[in-house]
Design a protein around this ligand. Structure first.
Ligand code: PHE
Length: 408
């Protein structure tokens, strides 16, 4: 072989090797060493990341209720996302670039959610947005993402309208028609309820929607709804609704609200001598539920995305790593869905030919059989995920697995 050709071969070989090494960075994030670091504060970027990674970090935004009456929603989701970011960076980042997360607190208010997302997109210039938990806030933030053409993945907003916002808005969780059906089936088949009364938050898209879907399925399954009562989030006195409801003598009480209100309602339910089982949706998921509700919430059932005592290896592995990172804290459902949403975004970032919104959205939409903590996730053409829905029970103040339902 002439010298010039030999040289060409060597150069080509070196190029291939470089490409191979670069692509090698695309592997799945490795577990962390589990060193007992504390939960980082919100809205931090890491200068060390920049120094370590080739090129500028890839900036990702998160809008979340870090404060307010649903504060554990934002805090848990953020913790799950931060664990995912840390693991991905430890494994080399994305195409040699570190991932940087910026979190803004929306205080659980739709207007703040809109402002936070606008800021993430227009001044921070994030490539994608993660959030929110509460559907009404995802609706507000999603509109902004759609307007600017920046992809958004909600980890846990279940109201169907959220992803109908447009082609930039995705979710990695199940939706409320299915969650409502699961609650209705559980009430009819396991609790043997003939009748149910409901009490929902008329200000939350999630609560109103889930109330309707439960009613529809429960009735289709041959049950009767005795009464539907409403409240506004943050109300302190539920005695009027509960007295009306008590007179209808339901077999089960369905409460499709968020944990702070539900815990207060449960206390007043038991005080009024109503002893029937309580049932709800994923909005109950917080360690605050049992802390506020105490014995009044003990034994109650709710639908959820995850249970810490599920024996799937993905779940137990995740809990170990989360506890290593956050001082032994047991992750709740939002930590798990936040973690999954982040991993799905990273996976899409590795596959997308460019960081431009449309290309990245296409890559997210092509997610198939991703093995997440909360189940195997494929994004369907409506940008939703088909996933199992669990029923869990509050036992000794802990969330415990009862049953898992598969979507049709
Ligand atoms: N699914 C709820 C909503 O859409 C939010 C939620 C998810 C709450 C998971 C708790 C746990 O509003």
């Amino acid at each position: 072989m002439p010298a010039a050709d030999r040289l060409r071969c060597v150069v080509l070989g070196a190029l291939c090797l470089t490409l191979f090494v670069l692509l090698g960075c695309e592997r799945q994030p490795a577990p962390t060493d589990g060193g007992g670091t504390t939960r980082p504060a919100a809205a931090t970027g890491s200068a060390a990341n920049e120094a370590a990674g080739g090129g500028k970090p890839v900036l990702i935004g998160h809008f979340a209720s870090m404060t307010g009456s649903e504060a554990t929603f934002g805090q848990s989701t953020d913790a799950g996302i931060r664990l995912a970011v840390k693991e991905a960076n430890a494994a080399g980042g994305i195409m040699g670039r570190k991932i940087e997360l910026k979190t803004y607190d929306d205080q659980g208010k739709p207007q703040e959610a809109g402002t936070a997302v606008t800021r993430l997109i227009t001044s921070d210039k994030v490539v994608a947005v993660l959030g929110e938990v509460a559907s009404s806030l995802s609706l507000a933030g999603g509109r902004v993402c759609q307007q600017y053409g920046v992809p958004m993945i909600t980890p846990s907003s279940t109201n169907p309208a959220v992803t109908r916002t447009g082609d930039m808005v995705f979710r990695v969780c199940y939706t409320d028609p299915f969650q409502g059906e699961v609650c209705a089936r559980f009430a009819r088949e396991q609790l043997k309820a003939q009748t149910a009364a409901t009490l929902y938050d008329q200000q939350q898209a999630y609560s109103k929607g889930l109330n309707d879907y439960f009613k529809k399925s429960f009735t289709e399954l041959g049950g009767t709804i005795t009464t539907e009562q409403a409240y506004s989030g943050g109300d302190q006195d539920y005695s009027a609704q509960l007295t009306t409801l008590r007179a209808t003598q339901p077999d089960v009480l369905f409460l499709p609200g968020y944990y702070t209100d539900v815990a207060n309602i449960a206390l007043q339910v038991r005080k009024l001598g109503i002893t029937v089982p309580l049932l709800g949706g994923d909005g109950w998921d917080s360690d605050k539920l049992a802390k506020i509700g105490g014995t009044a919430i003990e034994g109650a059932y709710y639908a959820n995305h995850y249970a810490p005592d599920e024996q799937r290896p993905e779940v137990q592995e995740f809990i170990k790593r989360f506890q290593g990172e956050f001082k032994g804290e047991v992750p709740d459902g939002m930590a798990a869905t936040g973690y999954d949403a982040a991993l799905i975004l990273f996976d899409a970032l590795r596959r997308t030919p460019s960081l431009e919104g449309k290309a990245l959205a296409k890559a997210i939409g092509e997610t198939k059989d991703f093995h997440g903590v909360t189940g195997t996730i494929s994004i369907d053409p409506d940008r939703n995920a088909k996933k199992p829905c669990l029923i869990v029970q509050v036992k000794n103040g802990q969330t415990t697995f009862v049953a898992s339902y598969m979507p049709k």
